[in-house]
Design a protein around this ligand. Structure first.
Ligand code: BMA
Length: 308
């Protein structure tokens, strides 16, 4: 039975490789942000026919239809200056940072040593100031918080332990300057056994600031004989001490159900990387990759106040 918190848009999927102005294999796992002019920008992961990914921006006035897609890749791997991007750039998350008046884009740089976290700043999603690797491999699923915690910037990310017991859990790290990171703490642990989030977890969209705390949508992965199943759940963290988990939901709240989520390059994957808040201030639009193949969008009636 459906226990989804979200309602799928009837026009799903909203973006596929067929919509793209140039040839590609798949379009998925988009970061999302409302621009200052109210338009929605999705920074989509686009996989080419070599299997390598880059990022490409699509803009829409209503966040659902009439997407204007950049005619060429928006952010390509820059292998000469950033060899850690040799196998592509993937799965970005966007945070608008009012203090900098710029957007911070955290993304996976797929290096020869595995995936790491890279960071870039941009004003316009046309040029990017790259900071290079901020979390070395293996690490991914990162997003910056929109404001400082005390004196420090904070980033959520998901390092992977090399030994079975190391696991794949969600961490927070702090930085004075966006380049040097420390005070690393694990904030949410993958559960064990039969749980839907038993094998590995990772941040999905950037944290959402509400009056109750930082709301986290995270993905959980369970390994089955038929492969991995990705689902989405919720946790809430303290506003001034975001390493303190205040509450964690038990059931998942979003999972693969439709044909476009169950079938594709990687079956049974829903992988959100961005949310936006609609003009009513209450409706949350969640953008996700489905089956590593396309981009649908559901919305929820989740109440969000004081959204950064
Ligand atoms: C994760 C990431 C995502 C991908 C998912 C399912 O590890 O690599 O980019 O969508 O696996 O394949």
């Amino acid at each position: 039975m459906d226990n989804s918190l979200f309602v799928r848009y009837c026009g799903n999927p909203i973006l596929t490789a067929d919509d793209w102005p140039y040839s590609c294999n798949t379009v998925f796992n988009p970061a999302a942000v409302r621009l200052k002019d109210g338009r929605t920008l999705l920074l989509c992961r686009v996989e080419d026919h070599r299997g390598m990914s880059h990022l490409c921006a699509a803009r829409s006035t209503d966040g659902l239809t009439n997407w204007i897609i950049d005619l060429t890749p928006t952010m390509q791997p820059d292998i000469e200056n950033h060899p850690e991007e040799i196998w592509g750039v993937e799965d970005s998350r966007i945070t608008f940072v009012p203090e900098l008046d710029r957007y911070a884009v955290a993304y996976t740089s797929f290096s020869g040593s595995g995936p790491g976290v890279s960071l870039a700043l941009t004003d316009d999603f046309r040029s990017f100031e790259r900071f290079g690797t901020v979390m070395p491999p293996e690490d991914k699923d990162a997003a910056l918080l929109p404001r400082r915690i005390g004196d420090y910037r904070a980033m959520i990310h998901r390092p992977v332990g090399s030994i079975g017991a190391g696991g794949a859990h969600i961490w927070i790290s702090y930085s004075p300057d966006l380049r040097h990171w420390g005070s690393h703490k694990m904030i949410l642990e993958a559960r064990k056994g039969a749980w839907w989030d038993a094998d590995r977890i990772g941040l999905s969209p950037p944290l959402i600031e509400t009056s109750e705390g930082w709301l986290m949508l995270y993905h959980g992965v369970r390994s089955t004989v038929a492969g991995k199943v990705y689902r989405v759940g919720l946790a809430l963290f303290d506003l001034e001490q975001p390493e303190r988990c205040l509450r964690r939901g038990d059931p998942w709240l979003f999972a693969s159900e439709t044909d476009y989520e169950r079938g594709g390059d990687v079956e049974n994957v829903v992988f959100p990387c961005g949310t936006t808040v609609a003009d009513d201030g209450d409706t949350l639009h969640m953008y996700y990759g489905a089956a590593d193949t396309c981009v649908p969008s559901p919305h929820s009636d989740l109440k969000t106040s004081r959204v950064a």
